[in-house]
Design a protein. Structure first.
Length: 276
């Protein structure tokens, strides 16, 4: 027993701190217990969040907060075990944080904005947003940044502070809609009533345009070589608006050909002046 005690009390001295073999075993035990706590926490949190139908962004954040807290407590316990005074550590950390915090204001702003995004629910994973005129879909919300995908498939990482500094249009939540506009020109002398009817039919035939949405035809202008019309309606999501507009133009072209409506070429009159 004396040999075992001697072994456990042997160790290494670094400055004023003495780390024994027993301290090493205790620290290992602390982190082993931390792993168990992490597993138990994830198990019960997952069950609770599944039952409450918590969205993916909040789930990710809650797991990260739990992991940070467990490791923070484990680290403080391990330092206390080897003789580090917590008061001194906290005093030094506070002074360091004040100095570092001045240079990390944007970082903390992003973190705070991340909490607001997740727990207010203004933006959720899967939402379709309009930011700076671009339509994106939210893939993941982290503590400091949000990952979105553009309609062209590009992955974009946005700092969370960006959401608190400007207005963001959310197409997924609420009853927000996107106006769909398609412009077309027809030849002078065309039957305008027929043109209007065909444009309404083309728009109504598009599946993304709901039956209860109004379809409006605007006689927009007397152009240089055409009568300019615009047909308007509303769709729920702007994600595939380019493809929807293309489908409607194909349908308009087919209907115009079927009913003899001509889409004119641009025309220019050229006058030649003979010089004697």
């Amino acid at each position: 027993m004396s040999g075992l005690r001697t072994f456990l009390e042997s160790g290494l001295t670094i400055g004023k701190y003495s780390i024994t073999v027993l301290d090493v075993f205790v620290v290992l035990g602390i982190f082993a217990l931390a792993q168990v706590m992490l597993w138990l926490g994830r198990f019960f949190l997952n069950r609770s969040m599944l039952r409450r139908r918590v969205d993916q962004g909040k789930q990710f954040m809650i797991r990260r907060i739990w992991r940070t807290l467990v490791y923070l407590v484990a680290g403080m316990s391990a330092l206390s075990t080897i003789g580090v005074e917590m008061k001194v550590l906290f005093a030094g950390s506070a002074a360091l944080l004040v100095g570092v915090g001045i240079g990390l204001q944007s970082f903390f702003n992003d973190v705070v904005s991340g909490f607001v995004l997740l727990f207010e629910g203004g933006v959720r994973v899967g939402d379709e947003l309009e930011i700076d005129g671009s339509v994106v879909r939210v893939e993941r919300i982290d503590l400091r940044s949000t990952r979105v995908v553009s309609r062209s498939g590009d992955l974009i990482v946005l700092p969370n502070g960006m959401f608190s500094g400007q207005s963001v249009r959310n197409f997924t939540q609420g009853r927000d809609r996107t106006r769909l506009d398609v412009r077309v020109g027809v030849a002078y002398g065309s039957d305008t009533a027929l043109v209007s009817d065909l444009l309404v039919r083309a728009m109504r035939a598009q599946p993304e345009v709901a039956d209860n949405e109004e379809v409006v035809v605007i006689f927009d202008d007397f152009g240089d070589s055409a009568l300019v019309f615009e047909v308007r309606s509303w769709i729920r999501s702007p994600w595939t608006i380019d493809r929807i507009q293309s489908d409607i133009r194909f349908r308009i072209d087919a209907l115009f050909r079927e009913h003899g409506v001509v889409v004119p070429f641009p025309q220019r009159d050229v006058h030649l002046i003979a010089q004697s």
